[in-house]
Ligand binder design. Sequence first.
Ligand code: FAD
Ligand code: NAG
Ligand code: NAG
Ligand code: NAG
Ligand code: NAG
Length: 540
Amino acid sequence: MRCTSCLAALTLLLNSVLALPPDDFVLNHEAQAALLLPKSNHCETASASNRVAIIGAGAAGSSAAFWIAKAQERYGIDVEVDVYDKNGYIGGRSTVVQPYGMPELDPIELGGTVFVEANKNLWRATDEFGFERVPYDNASDTVGIWDGREFALTIGGPSWYSDILTKAKVIFKYGIQAPLRTQKILKRDLIDPILSLYAPTARRFRSIEALALHLNWTALAGKTMAEHMDLNGINPAWTREMVEGVTRFNYAQNVDRIHAVEGLVSLAAARPSSVKGGNHQIFERFLAESKATLFLDTAVESVSRASPLEPWLVKTKGSDDERAYRAVILAAPFHQANIAISSPELPIATVPEQPYVHLHVTLLTTSSPHASSAYFNLPLETPAPEIILTTSNATRNNLATGQEPAFNMLSYLTQLRYRNGTVWLNANGQPEWVVKIFSNSAISDDVLRELFDGKLGWVVRKEWDPYPVLPPTTEFPPVELADGLYYVNAFEPLISTLETETLASRNVVDLLLHDHFRTGLCMTHTLDAPPDSFVYGWDC
Ligand SMILES: Cc1cc2nc3c(=O)[nH]c(=O)nc-3n(C[C@H](O)[C@H](O)[C@H](O)COP(=O)(O)OP(=O)(O)OC[C@H]3O[C@@H](n4cnc5c(N)ncnc54)[C@H](O)[C@@H]3O)c2cc1C
Ligand SMILES: *[C@@H]1O[C@H](CO)[C@@H](O)[C@H](O)[C@H]1NC(C)=O
Ligand SMILES: *[C@@H]1O[C@H](CO)[C@@H](O)[C@H](O)[C@H]1NC(C)=O
Ligand SMILES: *[C@@H]1O[C@H](CO)[C@@H](O)[C@H](O)[C@H]1NC(C)=O
Ligand SMILES: *[C@@H]1O[C@H](CO)[C@@H](O)[C@H](O)[C@H]1NC(C)=O
């Protein structure tokens, strides 16, 4: 083994003298351990001093590798990155399936699907990598809010998701103030604060509480969406029908349960998009650009450290070797990752139990252009809406006669097409529509036949733990579990989306580079008013 990494250690020391990055938002920041060099002079150990392990190759882990590579490119730091994932693919909760298992057909998103223009990292990534963005909500004509017995509302016209606040029927039913005030608080309470995270003035944060405080979100995350909307004088029926339809679609949670930050995230729908061919391509590209070493089908079993002066040791399943690292990034939900963390002389911060939603995703194709009118108690000549959102309003208001909908969302997505855009035809020469259903329990074959008048093509079912259960809270998991051990998914109980996982990883990488490599992601900032296109981390 050659000794290039001893040079790396020297570079680290030099970096620490030459540069001090800007301050971070600190709440309970304990003094950082002094820059540690390995005790022994063996090069084997020294090489650990520039290695970073990332556990998880989803949105969070792949972007973490990408951010490290950005800093490497800018400041010439010598870091070697290994990425581990127990899955055999990149993307985690963002992945696609091939209808009928046919590779020549357009794949369909099975997990995280929609991102919006305000999601500046993903938007920028698709631009830089030359991916085509497909509008998410253009295919459909009508959206209905189903309460288990009837449609509380049905509205027509395309772009149901992005234009939900401006539909004429919405205004007719709930009054002009309901959507207008919603738009106002959406901008004031969510979009403006979140955009500040991409500005040149953005800073790293050591706890989610510190970030929430900075973004004025402490109170917002501490109350339910229904409370926040009611306090702002917004028509309660609008909140419990339309808005609930959207929070159930996005997070499988009702407005009187989900906290207001995530409730508002559900409503932020300007230019909802997906990457043609699958969002996971962004994460594959992040890793390819990073030049990190990727270990797929490799579950991490333990992360341990004999003493604060020793490197972290990562052990994977089925291997007796332990590989040494200066720092480790956990980019997966802590309690699902099943990793034994031990560090006798260095206490590990406690990660509170974090329940996740358990969601059933049913993807299918059908030659029926609409779901069954009979199922939805509609006259036979009235086609069911293409997008069916749901509300618990009826059960809430009348426990005796109310009926909980059998699913959270049912949506006709698109006609099944070849990758080249040609509509695919089944053996009977008919086109088929792709339909996605989200539900809290499995939808049986019988119910599917009833819903689609017996016209079923391809069906696939997948159970996910897609996002946390998100009740109001003012406490969040720790971002730093110990010196040199960082936790990206601490962000999820505040917001759980593809984009925010890339923001959370950006922060963790910034902390890691500051604490262990005496640099940062962005050491210099543009002081002039930046163009609108400035994105922190990409343009600093
Ligand atoms: C059905 C569904 C719909 C969704 N819709 C949207 C949406 O429309 N828009 C949106 O923005 N978000 C959506 N989400 C949420 C979004 O997908 C997630 O927030 C995001 O993908 C999480 O990324 P992550 O990298 O943090 O976690 P993950 O994607 O879960 O990645 C963690 C990775 O870590 C790996 N791992 C875990 N433990 C270990 C171990 N011990 N060793 C090695 N590897 C390990 C896992 O295999 C996994 O690949 C949806 C999710 C689902 C499932
Ligand atoms: C919606 O789809 C139609 C047909 O594919 C297309 O002509 C139109 O431009 C799309 N609209 C938007 C807003 O993307
Ligand atoms: C937080 O609220 C204060 C006072 O209302 C405001 O001045 C500030 O701009 C807000 N911060 C953000 C990030 O929106
Ligand atoms: C939903 O709840 C609101 C507020 O409680 C109520 O005004 C409205 O009538 C309810 N709608 C339905 C369809 O039950
Ligand atoms: C698209 O691809 C399919 C299957 O590969 C092929 O049959 C069809 O002719 C193609 N259409 C066009 C317009 O290229």
